[in-house]
Write a protein of this length. Structure first.
Length: 281
């Protein structure tokens, strides 16, 4: 029997309370608050990182297969980076979108397809903003003067190269109207393809009322066209009196023998173009 009897108990004494679970004294700082914040930091950071990854993928890394897949909010706010797979005319081409470029593994971990079957339904049809190239032969009409040369210039400049396209809108053919930039001089400098084409004289400034978009560069484009005309470059080498592509299509001059050369209408006179159309047999 333990002595004294008043201190004896059949139950063992409780274990000591760990210091971390002891209620804080009134004079001690509330350290438990800081411990609670550190415990929540890892899951909060994980949630934020997941949300950021989803946002980056949907806005920057998700591939756009065709023009119809471009989100409406991307127009006027986004660029498309990719490889030019083919040139269809003097002012439009096909782009295989490669979001993220080299950082996303394109061209070294995975390569864009080159076979026509693999590219079917996987390219964005892009039209150069603010410029209008001479028409090529189609719909039974002969080519406009400079049409084949303009297409050849665009093909040499873009085909097989990576470009960045600032998309502005869709036109009535479901093409993405865009200002296109290509790297020159070893990638050290980026140049506007439409402006380059105007300076070389293989296009004129777009003057149509439908789907008109110049990307805020109309004044610069008009200045470049005027400089090419004054120097007689490209299509302007035949003289200052030429048929603009818009007038060629509007007047239907391409259907006649006399208009096949495209050098009989003064710039900017659509009424005279209509008159020529009536004279063509």
């Amino acid at each position: 029997m333990r002595w004294p009897p008043s201190l004896w108990s059949p139950h063992p004494p409780p274990p000591p309370i760990p210091s971390s679970l002891e209620p804080p004294d009134a004079d001690d700082p509330p350290t438990w608050r800081y411990t609670f914040g550190f415990d929540l930091a890892p899951p909060l950071l994980a949630v934020a990182a997941t949300a950021l990854s989803i946002h980056l993928y949907t806005t920057r890394l998700r591939r756009v297969p065709t023009t119809l897949h471009i989100p409406p909010g991307a127009f006027r706010h986004r660029t498309l980076f990719g490889v030019v797979t083919s040139v269809g005319d003097g002012d439009n081409f096909r782009l295989f979108h490669t979001p993220g470029g080299l950082l996303a593994g394109w061209h070294w971990l995975r390569r864009p397809p080159t076979a026509r079957r693999a590219l079917a339904g996987q390219t964005v049809h892009i039209r150069l903003a603010g410029v209008d190239a001479p028409e090529r032969a189609h719909f039974g009409n002969p080519a406009q003067r400079g049409g084949d040369e303009a297409m050849g210039w665009l093909r040499r400049t873009l085909e097989g190269r990576t470009v960045r396209a600032r998309v502005w809108r869709k036109d009535h053919y479901d093409r993405a109207v865009a200002t296109v930039y290509v790297r020159c001089w070893g990638g050290l400098w980026r140049r506007d393809v439409g402006l380059m084409m105007l300076r070389e004289g293989w296009a004129s400034v777009y003057r149509g009322e439908r789907d008109g978009e110049w990307g805020g560069k109309r004044a610069a484009y008009e200045k470049a066209e005027q400089a090419a005309r004054s120097r007689g470059k490209g299509v302007w080498a035949a003289g200052r009196r030429v048929v603009l592509p818009g007038e060629w299509k509007k007047a239907g001059v391409g259907a006649g023998k006399k208009g096949a050369g495209g050098g009989v209408i003064k710039v900017g006179t659509a009424k005279k173009a209509a008159a020529v159309k009536k004279k063509v047999p």
